[in-house]
Design a protein around this ligand. Structure first.
Ligand code: AGP
Length: 607
């Protein structure tokens, strides 16, 4: 999605803005632009396409301004083009604005402004903000922004500069992240932490309805009533190294390989000899007896982790669990009430639909638990309780290590909440396997790389593929299919293997790749029968199983991959690794832009 950066200080703004935008490239975008003020004059350059196009243009121009804004745009209103790229400006070209999010009432405002004589230069919703500020400006930029934002509906983060106020950046946040970076004698602004990491770890995270004024000496933050707020400066512990590829050709491959480490990062502290220590759950455990239903709400890959979370939680707690796609949740009037626990899962902690679901659950007085990766993100701050999954900065759009740690987090929560239901022996056995899982993930990475590449060699030539499984394997199949679709552009569908014969079997033709997940002992024979049905119709079955079931599957499949033995409960954690690798290599063999697939964004902050 869109990215915002801003700088005010003693240095030239352009290289800082470009570096910041580079760090936000992973979020996905289709055009980029900057605005700086130089000798009291607003200068603005923007280009469709990747940042390199803009950089080339700027090389010839040597702007020296020491205050500026930058933006990467992911088109919502109006196609990707130079005109629609941000920053946008007012009629006189004196002020520039960058914006993330959507202005829902922009058409009505545009009509009003056009009637008043304003001329528009783009098809975007954003541009109305520039003209609204122009309309309200009477020498005080803060006041004009306050007035303008009071007229806007939607979710947005904006930053504004004006040549009439060359020592000031004004920024405002409503439902879209915005972070102030504090340097030595200089201030930064960004919509996402990685853009700040080259310069500072000291940040202030704006809350909804807050306006920040950055000037050459200091900053001030105001609430909606115009009162000055004292906000805490937070220290970010991510380091810049996480934003580097460390010799891997793509972030995705690096992040796949980081999985054993991030598992250790998450599991080491809570896993004790005699149980699980998870203070993050707070009073949820005291309240547990009253919980009549658990809802897990998330999008995409996080939603897939929730499907596995449901199976684990129902087994351990015996409480019914429903899993919802966040974009559907609040529109189906779910039966959420004060005895519900609503778990929101999100890598970014900013996904608009998941955030809306959290707010809906809070309105209904449910207890809320956020399972998130980004500290300080909106879901992190607004949920009653938060469990950080500690996967570190994830840059590739395709989520890998965050999914892994979501699964591990669900194991922790399920085992903790299920402590009362388990006999000691069963719990001890599961704890043993969970303790082993980082090392097993390491082994998986080593043994699976070659066969995954071979599987990808086969799949890459097809336009369609299937992923089938039963039980936990079906949930994992959904994630496998999503991963293949999003980065290799091969159409892939996941099916519960027993469901194929109710329609989809008609699509099985000679040679079509079918990845069959067979990691669950109690479903092994059922899966073998389903595989036979597929092969009888010519499907080429690539089986994925645990080492202990290899002998049963030999001869039953066309190609076999196996992961080290573990508890069936934990098999999805190891099973996801070959699925990630198959997608990665298939995408690589098809020359796809792996880290930034077309049309997609890392953090989806619009509904
Ligand atoms: C994952 O590979 C996808 N890019 C996507 O489905 C993602 O998981 C989804 O958009 C949810 O994001 P979140 O975890 O940041 O909420």
């Amino acid at each position: 999605m869109c990215g915002i950066v801003g700088y005010i200080g003693p240095k030239g703004a352009v290289p800082i803005l470009l570096e910041g935008l580079r760090k936000l490239e992973y979020r996905g975008y289709d055009s980029a632009g900057i605005a700086v003020i130089e000798e009291q004059k607003l200068l603005l350059r923007k280009s469709e396409g990747k940042l390199g196009v803009l950089e080339e243009r700027l090389k010839e121009e040597k702007f020296l301004g020491d205050i500026g804004l930058g933006h990467t745009r992911w088109a919502t209103h109006g196609k990707p083009s130079n005109e629609n790229a941000h920053p946008h400006h007012d009629c006189k070209g004196k002020l520039a604005i960058v914006h993330n999010g959507i202005i829902e009432n922009f058409q009505a405002i545009k009509k009003m402004l056009e009637d008043e004589g304003h001329s528009f230069f783009s098809e975007t919703d954003t541009e109305v903000i520039a003209h609204l500020i122009e309309k309200f400006y009477q020498g005080n930029l803060v006041k004009a922004v306050q007035k303008a934002t009071s007229k806007l509906e939607g979710s947005y983060a904006i930053a504004v500069i004006s040549q009439d106020n060359p020592d000031q950046i004004v920024a405002f946040r409503q439902d879209s992240p915005l972070i102030l970076g504090i340097g030595e004698q200089e201030l930064y602004l960004a919509s996402d932490i990685p853009a700040l990491l080259p310069y500072t770890r000291k940040v202030i995270i704006l809350d909804d309805g807050e306006l920040a004024e950055l000037n050459r000496k200091n900053y001030q933050i105001f609430d909606l009533q115009g009162n000055i707020l004292e906000k805490e400066i937070e220290e970010i512990d991510w380091d810049l190294e996480m934003a580097e590829k460390k010799g891997f050709p793509h972030y995705m491959l690096k992040e796949i390989h980081e999985q054993p480490d991030v598992l250790r990062q998450l599991l080491t502290t809570p896993l004790k000899d005699d149980g699980i220590d998870l203070p993050e759950l707070g009073s949820i455990l005291d309240f547990q007896k009253k919980i009549d239903r658990i809802f897990i709400v998330a999008c995409g890959t996080a939603y897939h982790s929730g499907l596995i979370g449901k199976a684990l939680l129902e087994k351990t707690t015996k409480i019914p669990v429903e899993v919802d796609m966040a974009s559907e949740f609040r529109y189906r009037s779910p039966l959420v009430g004060e005895n519900s626990l609503v778990i929101l899962v999100s890598q970014s902690g900013e996904t608009a639909d998941t955030l809306a679901a959290l707010r809906y659950a809070r309105e209904k007085k449910a207890k809320t638990l956020g399972i998130v990766n980004v500290q300080g993100s909106t879901i992190f701050r607004e949920a009653d309780y938060t469990l950080l999954i500690k996967a570190g900065l994830e840059i590739a759009v395709a989520s890998t290590k965050a999914y892994m740690n979501m699964l591990a987090a669900f194991n922790l929560v399920a085992l903790k909440m299920g402590e009362g239901e388990f006999n000691g022996e069963k719990l001890a056995e599961l704890l043993h396997f969970l303790r082993e899982i980082p090392a097993q993930a390491e082994k998986t990475l080593h043994k699976i790389e070659r066969p995954s590449r071979q599987a990808a060699e086969y799949i890459k030539n097809w336009d369609n593929a299937f992923f089938v499984g039963r039980g936990l394997d079906y949930s994992l199949a959904l994630e496998g299919a999503l991963k293949l679709k999003e980065i290799s552009y091969i159409h892939a569908e996941a099916y519960a293997a027993g469901e194929l014969k109710h329609g989809t079997l008609a699509l099985i033709e000679e040679g079509i790749p079918v990845v069959a997940l067979v990691t669950q002992e109690d479903l092994l024979e059922k899966m073998v029968s389903n595989i036979q049905e597929i092969r009888a119709r010519g499907g080429y079955v690539l089986g994925l199983t645990q080492d202990k079931f290899v002998s049963r599957l030999e001869g039953e499949v066309d190609f076999l991959l196996s992961i080290p033995n573990t508890s069936d409960f934990l098999a999805p954690l190891l099973g996801t690794i070959p699925l990630q690798m198959i997608s990665y290599y298939a995408a690589d063999l098809r020359d796809c832009p792996i880290d930034q697939p077309r049309n997609l964004a890392k953090s989806v902050t619009v509904e």
